[in-house]
Design a protein around this ligand. Structure first.
Ligand code: SF4
Length: 303
C-alpha cells in the first residue's frame, strides 16, 4: 500500500491534481485525499480550487457537480460506474410533469440527482444546506426532489413552506428501522445518537441529533461527548475518529449500512485515474449552463 500512496502523491504533484473524497469512501482513500467532506464541502472546494485536475473520489453526481463548477478544468472519476441509486429515482420527464402540475412552485433538487434534473431546477441543496436554502426561497410552495426523507425533514424544520415530496430514497438509509437504533441504545447506554436526515421520519424520532455528515464532524470536533452511535453510512466513522480519537464511535449494526458504490473507489482506481487521465466527466454545455445556475444559487442562498 505504501508504494500506491507514494505513486499517487507523485502523480498529484506532477499533474497539479487534487483528490476530493467523500466521507463515505474507504478509510485508505480518505487518508490520501486533500479534502474529505460531504457533498456541499466537496462542491465548494472544487469551485475554489486552482488545481488543473480534480479527482473526485465519490459517485457520479459528485463528479458532474465538480465539472459544472470548474469549467475548463479536468474532473476525473476513479470508477465510471459508481452511481447513486437515489439520483436515478427521478427523471427529467418526471420533473417536467411535476412542474406542470405545480406551476408556481420552486424546484429544490438534492445534489444527489442527475445533471438533467439539476438543469430543470431553481436551486440545488445538500443535506447540510437544505433547511436554510428552502427557508430563503421566495416561493411558498416548493417541489422537493428526489429524496422523500430529506424532504420531509426539511418540511418539519420549515413549516411556513408547503413542501411537495417526490418518492425517492437512499437505499442505505431508508432501510434503517427505529428498533435498530433502540437496540443499539440498550447495548451502549449513554451514547449520543447522530443520524442523517435521509433516514425515515419514524427512525429520525429515535435520534438525539439529525445532522448532515458535515454537521456530524462539526459536533464531534466540539468534544462534548465520549460515546456516539452513528446512524449513517459506515465510512464516516473513520472521518470522525480522526477528529476525536479518544471518543467511541459505534456503527449501527443494521445490515447493508454500506454504500456499495462509494466502496468501489480504491487506491488502485485513484492511481489509474491519475495515471491514465480517466474517466473524464463531461457534461453537454447547454445542460451544464442551466445546472450551474441551480448549483450557484445553492452557494448564494446558503447564507
Ligand atoms: S449513501 Fe445513498 S445517497 Fe449516498 S451515494 Fe450511496 S446510495 Fe447515494
Amino acid at each position: 500500500m505504501d508504494d500506491l500512496i507514494r505513486r499517487i502523491a507523485a502523480l498529484k504533484k506532477e499533474k497539479n491534481a487534487i483528490v476530493l473524497a467523500h466521507t463515505y469512501t474507504r478509510a485508505e482513500v480518505q487518508d490520501i485525499a486533500d479534502v474529505v467532506g460531504d457533498s456541499f464541502e466537496l462542491a465548494v472546494r472544487a469551485a475554489g480550487s486552482s488545481a488543473e485536475i480534480i479527482v473526485l473520489a465519490g459517485v457520479r453526481f459528485m463528479g458532474e457537480t465538480a465539472a459544472i463548477l470548474t469549467p475548463g478544468r479536468t474532473v476525473l472519476l476513479p470508477v465510471a460506474d459508481a452511481d447513486c441509486p437515489l439520483a436515478d429515482m427521478i427523471t427529467s420527464d418526471q420533473v417536467r410533469h411535476l412542474k406542470a402540475q405545480y406551476p408556481g412552485a420552486a424546484v429544490a433538487c438534492y445534489v444527489n440527482s442527475s445533471v438533467e434534473v439539476k438543469a430543470l431546477s431553481d436551486v440545488c441543496v445538500t443535506s447540510s444546506s437544505a433547511v436554510r436554502i428552502v427557508r430563503n426561497l421566495p416561493q411558498r410552495q416548493v417541489l422537493f426532489v428526489p429524496d422523500q426523507n430529506l424532504g420531509s425533514w426539511v418540511a418539519e424544520q420549515v413549516p411556513e413552506k408547503e413542501i411537495i415530496l417526490h418518492s425517492g430514497f437512499c437505499p442505505v438509509h431508508h432501510q434503517i428501522k427505529p428498533d435498530d437504533v433502540r437496540d443499539a441504545r440498550k447495548l451502549f447506554p449513554g451514547a449520543v445518537v447522530l443520524m442523517h436526515p435521509e433516514c425515515t421520519k419514524e427512525t429520525r424520532a429515535e435520534a438525539d441529533h439529525i445532522l448532515s455528515t458535515g454537521g456530524m464532524v462539526a459536533l464531534v470536533k466540539e468534544k462534548k461527548h465520549t460515546r456516539y452511535i452513528i446512524v449513517t453510512e459506515s465510512g464516516i466513522t473513520h472521518t470522525l475518529r480522526r477528529h476525536d480519537p479518544a471518543a467511541e464511535f459505534i456503527e449501527l449494526s443494521a445490515p447493508m449500512l454500506y454504500c456499495q458504490n462509494m466502496k468501489k473507489i480504491t487506491l488502485e482506481t485513484i492511481l489509474r485515474a491519475l495515471d491514465e487521465g480517466e474517466t473524464v466527466v463531461t457534461v453537454a454545455s447547454d445542460i451544464a449552463e442551466r445546472a450551474r445556475y441551480a448549483l450557484s444559487r445553492m452557494l448564494e442562498l446558503n447564507r
